[in-house]
Design a protein around this ligand. Sequence first.
Ligand SMILES: [Zn+2]
Length: 345
Amino acid sequence: MVGSSTLTAEAWNRPSKQWIVDSGSTSHLCLNKSEFTSYKKYDSPCHIWVGNARTIPSLGEGTISVTCIINNQPVTHHIRDVQYVPDLTYGLLSCSVLNSQGLCVLFEDGLCKIQDKGGRLIAESLREGSLYFLNTKYSPIPSAPTDTNTALVIPPSFDLVHKHLAHPGKDTLQQMIRKGLVDRLTDIPDDSKDFDCVACICGKMTWGLFQEGHAVAHERLRRLHSDICSPMEVPSLGKRHYFSILVDDKTGYMWFYPCFTKSDFTTWFIKMDSFFTNHYQSHVKILRSDQGGEYVNTALEDYCAKFGIAMEFMVPHTPEQNGIAEHANWKILDKGHHHERLQCP
Ligand SMILES: [Zn+2]
């Protein structure tokens, strides 16, 4: 370990790369507690958002002392309202805070100059890569690796790496990190423990097969399948845009009704049920449908409750479960389209 007493004069005068002048940061952030001349610890850490949608903890704030080199002369500045963020690799001097404190930050010819109101140069930074390193005096504080790509300085999250590497599997990515194949990651990040990627889950989802049929009703009117078609572009001669159907499960017999709106179904169903009662001495036992809004209304529910008709609903958006009515629907539409084509020149 190198103690400060063993540093040569040359080392002391060597500019160090510990601070970056940053136009994206909203606060001054320092990673070395020893640079603070006054410091107040927060009761609980604040969280600072960084570029890859992660947060890093800020543990306190205070005033730091920085010795800048201007015209080869050391000039010490005290900077207020600096947060202590040990997870950083470099200190960040926020342009917007400097500006709000009445200082002028100028970027030109690979140089960033910080001037006070009177135009006096108080600090300058040299561009290296895409970063502007504040020209400060070397201090014995251990500095971070000088890879300019690590400006954003904290290791990426498991989630981010997973997305950047085109969604490899969790185990594969963990192995890659262990083998040192992932830049800037030497350890597996903590967020890998309960990691789930929504895109991967959705991408691997498949529809289950609807192979099992239902037990066919043993008597007529035991179960009626119903459906209402989507609005048709061409209305019927009676200006109706919809039709409703009822299909008897036992016999396959179908009743058809063109309607103006989907809500017409309730009135029609009540009429049909009284027709069945009169002609076949039986109410419908089960009305099976998708969970469309036209079936969920008080009038229909009251009627069904009054005459003991069970309303059987399918899982929404699974027409496969309403196969009989859907099939009947398509048969009618096919016939209609065929008829339409025959009439066209
Ligand atoms: Zn994924």
